[in-house]
Design a protein around this ligand. Structure first.
Ligand code: FAD
Length: 310
């Protein structure tokens, strides 16, 4: 399981992990595999595969995640969302993952398709909250389940205490760890950790894995931020805007340099604060993440025999 891997790594360098998303077409799939082969050499503790809103890319997601389990040295975690699915459909999805040897599931409620910030509507035969999905998946077999956590609070939570209570409820339901929403101020992560500790010290022993997005484009970062509910600290926003310049196209190289520098600084602080792992959003590219790892001086472990193409 993920937790075993993080525990085993505790004595050496900090473990890292990466998030992929299901490719939309054959070209995107080829690109994903290039990133996969590069990461295989870098030795992540696990790799996670997101689930298209409402299951829109369901079949491809199961196939590609299964291929990761069967054809690589990586340990895949399948994200699974409850939105738009009946309980029977969710059971079938979990079964399809199990058939491909996937036993690590990140249990999520998901957002309303079309408008993530719109009105939430439960499927008539489905689930209301992620804690129910945690219980369902665990009842279906020998699965290791993780959940989402929100350093700045989930956008539907009235306040941070409410948010923390329901995160703890998901952990009590049997989730073994959480992965956070991306954030750009490490204080948010540290305060989340403090809140969980104050709410339930036993559950606080479970890893809270920080998610890091190295920004490589201001435009796409703004879009991700809008969907995630996370905020850029004003000083960072200013730096990025300055780097982007005022030409018709943003200066991608300059934005990328700031993004990678900031991600590296955040990781340094997270390591110093004892984070259990660094989880990177990759958008199916390996370069930005491997550059951050290199700058951190994280020694990479080669799991691919020399001479094999990557
Ligand atoms: P929940 O835990 O159900 O929380 C939703 C809201 O309800 C929160 O405000 C919470 O405080 C409250 N709440 C929770 N339980 C209860 C309860 N029992 N009673 C009352 N209130 C409750 N989306 C995708 O579509 N695909 C993905 O692959 C994906 N991956 C993600 C990965 C990570 C690491 C993160 C952080 C998010 C991801 N998301 C993904 C987005 C996620 O689906 C949304 O943020 C969604 O709005 C919330 O999901 P959740 O599992 O946290 O829901």
């Amino acid at each position: 399981s993920i937790v075993d891997r993080l525990g085993a790594a505790r004595t050496g360098r900090i473990p890292f992990s990466v998030e992929f998303s299901p490719p939309r077409d054959a070209d995107a799939e080829a690109r994903l595999w290039r990133a996969v082969r590069t990461f295989e050499r870098l030795g992540p503790a696990f790799v996670s595969m997101t689930y298209g809103a409402g299951g829109s890319t369901r079949d491809r997601t199961v196939r590609v995640t299964g291929d990761l389990a069967e054809e690589t040295t990586l340990l895949p975690v399948a994200h699974l969302t409850a939105v738009g699915h009946s309980i029977d459909e969710i059971r079938a999805m979990v079964g399809a993952y199990a058939d491909r040897g996937i036993t690590n599931i990140l249990a999520l409620r998901g957002d309303p398709p079309g408008n993530p910030l719109g009105e939430w509507e439960k499927h008539p035969d489905g689930l209301e909250h992620a804690d129910e999905l945690v219980r369902l998946v665990r009842d279906l077999g020998d699965f290791h389940v993780g959940v989402a956590s929100f350093p700045e609070g989930h956008h539907r939570s009235p306040d941070l205490d409410h948010d923390t209570r329901y995160l703890v409820r998901k952990l009590r339901a049997g989730a073994e760890y959480s992965i956070t929403q991306m954030f750009f101020d490490v204080e948010h992560y540290l305060r989340l950790r403090d809140r969980v500790e104050a709410c339930d010290p036993e559950q606080a022993a479970k890893p809270i894995i920080p998610e890091i997005m190295p920004i490589t484009s201001l435009r796409s970062a703004r879009r991700s931020l809008e969907l995630s509910g996370s905020k850029l600290p004003p000083s960072l926003e200013e730096r990025l805007v300055r780097a982007a310049g005022d030409g018709p196209e943003e200066d991608r190289a300059a934005v990328r340099e700031v993004g990678i520098e900031v991600a590296t600084e955040m990781c340094e602080r997270l390591i110093a604060e004892g984070a259990p792992c660094l989880h990177f959003i990759t958008l199916n590219f390996a370069r930005a993440t491997s550059e951050v790892l290199t700058r951190l001086g994280i020694e990479v472990r080669s799991t691919v025999p020399a001479g094999q193409p990557v």
